[in-house]
Ligand binder design. Structure first.
Ligand code: PRX
Length: 646
């Protein structure tokens, strides 16, 4: 029986949240179940519409092969009306974005009025560079306010942004430029993080060789000399600063594309998940307001990167739609020391804070003084996202950072879901350390066993969601059949999350991690197939298989079993080549933790690699490897076991 942590008494006081206890959660859950259209149309009405929607959901999971679902299809707006313009009128002088740069104390504040001006200038500059409604633009930047400004400016003209995390390599960037058909890239000379600089513009140049991208807008961040293509490259401080701050936001139907975000799956090629404007914004703002119980005077800090979906929904769109000050953080939790987050919290009087379990574990491994020496009395809600949080890390977050006064919310969701799906509602849900707890209203989870039979009551299974909610991705850019095949492969009408989960006797969900070939390293989602493709590209490699394994700090580590070509043997040089291939073909965040050179891979007689066996060995669980007699060469397993790295 796991411990139940009640909601701290002060959390709900003065809350505008309609869900302040479990009774209210039950009531809202039932109301959505009874009439989802009415419930979500009422939430959508909190956005600004030029033509308010009258239609709720069109389509269903059962008919997904016929085409994407739609929400609020007859509504017309621009996300700007809700995210910027209304606040620029109501609270022009309040802080919209507070930026904390890499060096402690380097800060910038943009008021709502300034944000509106900047976005309008940027929109005019982008239009002058030829970007038009419906076209795609890539944002490949670090954590600077201009990244959010660029996203918003692209949306303002009705174009579609695809933000690519600044750690991705030129090769990965090229794939995304090509797949999205982007005609413009916004970047910066270099990024800064943890006291170091990293290349951005030169990576863009490499990625664009042979591509037909006529314009690159470049922000000067560090002042480094960067290569320049006259006629294509334009400085932000020339094009944006001189542009007019008057701009008419395009009128967009609710189902027009807002962004494409690429994410890794079980197969090699990353998928461009498409999110649209009306349903996504409704979900991002409603979940932000509800789960974190935000108030108008809050200073909200989500320390993710805008290159991931967390940054889209909870740095940019959710908080801005809610008119809440949002903090952008350029640095790392450990720079210059393990006190950085709490230094930021104290200086900016942060009221709600959202990070990943990996960061919590890294800081918890240092002295508690790094936390307690800073004033954290403004904090009310502490969130986590991206990977399962172990009970110890949860406890530390609650007891040390929150001093037992704050609500801790472990939020489960995915790039595909657009926003939070299973999580405590801060003032309402008693928590259990390590549990994502209860589904939000509108989210209907189901657990299926290995025979696709529903698990009733407490038990383990693969997690599916059975009813559409407004925030979910509509399709994979340019490939709806792949969307259907990837997410609706099994029992009709069920969205496959790729995660496993346990449901306890109280109906609480505990996410156990991916059950497909996706590895989650420090909250970064990567496909084993991407690693395998990179490693197998080396001349000295005959074949390889990559699996995840439990890692104390990073959640999961990457374990590569590599078969070398005849004439090659294990060496530091081979290892260096493997790391370099992953860095070059995927990105700087793609590091292999353990490399084992093996004589062969365990395969069935039909040639299928038995990944289950490799996973067990990597997990150090070798007591029961299952039936190996069907293997083509069972002796391979003994050889692998002898050389196992764990
Ligand atoms: O495995 C789950 C894990 O992260 C995956 C989604 O990754 P991504 O699309 O990159 O989005 C990350 C940020 C939303 C999920 O399939 N995950 C996310 N949140 C949690 C989690 N696993 C356990 N607990 C969570 N709170």
């Amino acid at each position: 029986m796991s411990e139940i942590v009640p909601v701290p008494p002060s959390i709900g006081a003065g809350s505008p949240n309609p869900i302040v206890d479990l009774g209210a959660w039950r009531d809202h859950y039932q109301r959505v179940a009874n009439d989802p259209d009415a419930y979500w149309l009422a939430e959508a009405a909190r956005l600004v519409w030029r033509t308010p929607p009258t239609r709720g959901l069109d389509g269903s999971f059962y008919e997904i092969a016929d085409g994407p679902i739609a929400w609020f299809a007859d509504g017309v707006h621009n996300v700007h009306d809700s995210c910027v313009d209304r606040h620029a009128v109501a609270t022009p002088d309040r802080a919209a974005i507070v930026w904390e740069g890499d060096e402690p104390g380097t800060t910038r504040t943009l008021t709502w009025a300034q944000l509106k001006d900047e976005v309008c200038r940027c929109a005019n500059a982008l239009e002058a560079l030829g970007l038009q409604r419906g076209e795609r633009a890539i944002v490949y930047m670090g954590m600077v306010p201009e990244a959010a400004i660029a996203m918003l400016a692209i949306a303002r003209i009705g174009a579609v942004h695809s933000v690519v995390f600044g750690g991705f390599s030129a090769e990965s960037l090229r794939d995304r430029v090509r797949d999205s058909g982007a005609r413009l890239v916004v970047t910066q000379d270099e990024g800064r993080r943890g006291g170091r600089t990293f290349a951005l513009k030169s990576v863009v140049d490499e990625a664009l060789v042979g591509a037909h991208v006529p314009a690159v807008l470049v922000l000067r961040r560090t002042g480094a000399e960067v290569p320049w293509s006259p006629g294509r490259d334009v400085w932000w401080h020339d094009a944006v600063a001189s542009a007019s701050s008057a701009h008419e936001a395009a009128a967009m139907p609710a189902e027009s594309p807002l962004f494409i975000l690429y994410t890794s799956g079980s197969t090699g090629k990353p998928k461009g998940l498409l999110h649209t404007t009306g349903g996504y914004l409704t979900w991002a703002s409603w979940t932000h307001r509800t789960v974190f119980d935000v108030r108008p005077d809050d200073v909200w800090a989500c320390v993710a990167d805008v290159g991931w979906v967390t940054g889209h929904s909870y740095i940019v769109y959710g908080p801005l739609a809610n008119g809440v000050t949002t903090l952008m953080f350029e640095s790392t939790p450990l720079y210059p020391d393990a006190g950085r987050y709490w230094d930021v919290v104290a200086r900016h009087k942060v009221t709600a804070f959202y990070t990943a379990p990996t960061a919590i574990r890294a800081i918890a491994a240092c002295s508690a003084d790094f936390v307690t020496k800073y004033d954290r009395s403004t904090l009310r809600v502490l969130g986590t996202v991206g990977e399962p949080i172990n009970a110890d890390a949860w406890r530390w977050y609650h007891d040390v950072v929150g001093a037992g006064r704050c609500a801790v919310v472990d939020t489960w969701w995915q790039t595909e879901t657009g926003g939070i799906c299973i999580a405590p509602i801060a003032p309402a849900t008693p928590t259990k350390p390590g549990a994502a707890t209860l589904p939000l209203p509108g989210i209907t989870p189901i657990l299926l066993d290995n025979q696709d039979r529903p698990v009733r009551g407490p038990g383990n299974g693969r997690l599916f969601l059975t009813t559409p909610w407004p925030g979910m991705a509509r399709t994979i850019w340019g490939d709806h059949p792949r969307f259907v095949a990837t997410y609706f492969p099994g029992p009709p009408g069920m969205y496959l999350t790729g995660d496993g989960a346990r449901r306890d006797a109280d109906g609480y969900y505990w996410i156990t991690g991916r059950v497909d070939d996706v590895i989650n390293v420090s909250g970064h989602r990567m496909g084993t197939a991407e690693f395998e493709g990179a490693i197998a590209s080396l001349d000295e490699v005959a074949e390889c298989a990559v699996v995840g394994y439990p890692h104390a700090l990073k959640g999961q580590g990457v374990y590569a079993y590599v078969v070398l070509q005849a004439g090659f043997s294990a060496s530091a040089e081979v290892e260096a080549h493997i790391q370099a291939a992953c860095r070059t073909l995927i990105g700087a965040h793609a590091r292999v933790d353990l490399i084992q050179v093996v004589p062969g891979l365990p395969k069935t007689r039909s040639g299928k690699v038995m990944r289950r066996i490799l996973r067990k060995i990597a997990e150090g669980d070798t007591s029961n490897l299952g039936d190996t007699s069907t293997l083509n060469d069972p002796t391979v397993v003994d050889a692998i076991l002898r050389g196992a790295k764990v």
